[in-house]
Design a protein around this ligand. Structure first.
Ligand SMILES: [Zn+2]
Length: 319
């Protein structure tokens, strides 16, 4: 038998779609990116197929798709908040277009699988992955397997309500964890701070328009020593850490991996999160340390993980 071939991984997001060809060791062998025509479902599917073809080789054994939203166990996107997609058979469409076995999963599940196989979670058996960007996504590895739940919708941790009557969320609830502990919370607090303190460095960075404040500006101002902005990171990091403690109480992982855009703020966010975690987790002095570390694979994690999920298809057909 010839050596097992690489797999294609596709990560379709609200703004861009990426396809990668991934070797068995997780190495990215080829990569292509294009904007996502998010308003047009059919055009988005065709973009995914085109990009996959551009990185595909004869030896490719399968294709995996990572997409933000609720993807069921058959690889159908049931509901995508950022793509206006409902009931789209992602795996079936892309698989038949390419003539390859196909699998599709939630983008954070895929990223978790990539970190577990090739990144920060290597060598663990129980791992929790969080992507902290505009919102918060989750991926859970239990006993060395991705935990999908009964329908494929597990680990939607960002939508656990933690503050009754809190800020309203795209999901229809108020006070979801992601509304108080992610990039959207940093931006909201930054805009309020810039309005309250018109002579602050943050207000200056925004050109005097509080509505123009971005999370990156809050990060820059905090790094520059702005105490109000540092306070925002302490507060949001605290909400992040308390939530992580709750999840660790439920899952008891060996490791928590944090990726996503807000994680780029590094210890500005993660130091207060670790602090709050230690103060909140049950029996902190009576359990092994659960490290909270940053993700290792960067923006390609979802696509790499999707390809790695395709490798699993081979195991399924062999046995
Ligand atoms: Zn929500």
């Amino acid at each position: 038998m010839s050596e097992p071939g690489p797999a294609i991984g596709i990560d379709v997001g609200g703004t861009k779609t990426a396809a990668v060809l991934v070797g068995r060791d997780g190495t990215v062998l080829a990569r292509a990116v294009r904007p996502t025509p998010a308003e047009d479902q059919q055009a988005t599917l065709e973009t995914m197929v085109d990009l996959a073809r551009s990185v595909m080789t004869e030896r490719a054994m399968g294709v995996g798709i990572a997409a933000a939203g609720m993807v069921d166990l058959e690889g159908t996107m049931r509901y995508a908040p950022n793509l206006a997609w409902r009931d789209v058979p992602l795996a079936a469409f892309v698989g038949s277009a390419l003539g390859l076995p196909a699998v599709a999963d939630n983008d954070v599940n895929a990223a978790a699988w990539a970190e577990f196989r090739y990144g920060a979670g290597r060598g663990t058996r129980q791992m929790l992955m969080l992507t902290v960007g505009t919102g918060i996504g989750g991926g859970i590895v239990v006993d060395g397997n991705l935990y999908r739940g009964a329908h494929g919708f597990a680990a939607e941790v960002g939508h656990v309500v933690v503050r009754q009557g809190g800020p309203s969320c795209g999901c229809g609830n108020r006070g979801c964890w992601e509304q108080v502990a992610s990039g959207v919370a940093i931006t909201r607090a930054g805009r309020a701070a810039a309005a309250r303190h018109p002579h602050s460095s943050l207000a200056e960075l925004s050109g005097g328009d509080p509505g123009a404040v971005t999370g990156a500006m809050v990060t820059d101002a905090a790094r520059g020593g702005d105490t109000v902005c540092r306070g925002i990171f302490v507060e949001v990091g605290h909400a992040l850490g308390v939530g992580i403690a709750g999840l660790v109480n439920v899952l008891d992982p060996e490791l928590v991996v944090v990726g996503g855009g807000a994680a780029a703020a590094g210890d500005l966010l993660l130091a207060p999160a670790r602090d709050a975690f230690h103060r909140s987790v049950e029996g902190v002095h009576h359990r092994p340390e659960v490290p909270i570390v940053t993700a290792a694979l960067g923006v390609d994690a979802g696509a790499i993980g999707a390809a790695a999920l395709a490798f699993e298809l081979e195991g399924a057909t062999d046995s």
